[in-house]
Design a protein around this ligand. Structure first.
Ligand SMILES: Nc1ncnc2c1ncn2[C@@H]1O[C@H](COP(=O)(O)OP(=O)(O)OP(=O)(O)O)[C@@H](O)[C@H]1O
Ligand SMILES: [Mg+2]
Length: 229
C-alpha cells in the first residue's frame, strides 16, 4: 500500500513559488493498476517523482508499506529506488554510450553483473521484441524501441512498484498498445503495483483505478475522482 498524506511540493524559481502539489492525499493499493490523469501542469509527474523517492515533498508524507520515504536513511532510499521501483520515464534517459543490453543492466552495475543476469537481460529484450537490437545504442533506436529498453530494464529488477510517465507519449497507437501489453503482463505475472501517468484514456480497463489530479490536488469535483470500478 502506498499512502500519500497531504503532500505539497513547492518549487522556487527566482522570486516566484510554483506550487506543483497543494495538499494531495491518495492511496494506491498494492497490486493495483492505477492511472494518474489530469490537465498539463496539474502535478502528475511531480507526484510520480515523489513516489519514486527521486524528489521529496515540501510537507506531508508518503508511506510505502509503512515506511515514510523522506525518513529513510540515504542508503535505504537508494536501495528502494534501485531495487523496489522500476522507472519508465521519458526524462529518465538511457545512457547514450551503452548498448541495449548494458542499459538494461545499468541498475545492477554497482553490485556487479553476473553472466546469469546478462542472459536474463538479453531474454527480456527478446521478449519486448528487440532481439535484433541488442547491441544498438539509444541513438540507433526509435522512440518506441528506447521505451521498450526502459521497460526491459524495469522488468529485470522484478520491481514491486512500476512508475511510468506517459510511456506511450510520442508513439503510434500500435506501439502504444504493445507498451501497455508489457505493463499489463508485468502487473499480472509479477503482481507489481503499476502507476501510469497518461493523457491517453483509451488504455484504461475495467478494474483499474483512476486518480484525477487538478491544480496539485485530487480532483474531488470530477465525476469519478477515484474510480474503483
Ligand atoms: N523543477 C521545477 N521548477 C519549477 N517549477 C516546476 C518544476 N517542475 C515542475 N514545475 C511546475 O509544477 C507544476 C506541475 O508540473 P508537473 O510536471 O508535475 O505537471 P504534469 O501534470 O506532469 O504536466 P504534463 O501533463 O504537462 O506533463 C507545473 O506548473 C510546472 O511548471
Ligand atoms: Mg508530466
Amino acid at each position: 500500500m502506498i499512502e500519500v498524506n497531504n503532500v505539497t511540493r513547492i518549487h522556487h524559481r527566482g522570486d516566484t513559488e510554483v506550487q506543483a502539489l497543494r495538499g494531495l492525499s491518495c492511496e494506491i493499493a498494492e497490486g493495483s493498476f492505477t492511472f494518474i490523469v489530469g490537465p498539463s501542469g496539474s502535478g502528475k509527474s511531480t507526484l510520480l517523482y515523489l513516489l519514486g523517492a527521486l524528489d521529496e515533498p515540501t510537507s506531508g508524507e508518503i508511506r510505502v508499506r509503512g515506511r515514510v520515504l523522506s525518513e529513510m536513511e540515504p542508503a535505504e532510499r537508494d536501495e528502494y529506488r534501485r531495487t523496489e521501483v522500476g522507472f519508465i520515464f521519458q526524462s529518465f534517459n538511457l545512457m547514450k554510450t551503452m548498448d541495449a543490453v548494458e542499459n538494461v543492466l545499468m541498475p545492477f552495475l554497482p553490485r556487479g553483473i553476473t553472466s546469469e543476469l546478462r542472459e536474463r537481460a538479453r531474454t527480456l529484450l527478446k521478449q519486448v521484441g528487440l532481439e535484433h537490437r541488442l547491441d544498438h545504442t539509444p541513438n540507433q533506436l526509435s522512440g518506441g524501441e528506447q521505451q521498450r529498453v526502459a521497460i526491459a530494464r524495469a522488468l529485470l529488477k522484478d520491481p514491486q512498484i512500476v512508475l511510468a510517465d506517459e510511456p506511450t507519449g510520442e508513439l503510434d497507437s500500435q506501439t502504444g498498445a504493445e507498451i501497455f501489453g508489457y505493463l499489463r503482463k508485468l502487473h499480472r505475472e509479477q503482481q507489481a503495483t503499476v502507476v501510469v501517468v497518461t493523457h491517453d484514456q483509451r488504455y484504461i480497463e475495467d478494474g483499474d483505478r483512476v486518480l484525477r489530479v487538478r491544480d496539485g490536488k485530487i480532483d474531488t469535483h470530477a465525476e469519478n475522482p477515484v474510480n474503483t470500478v
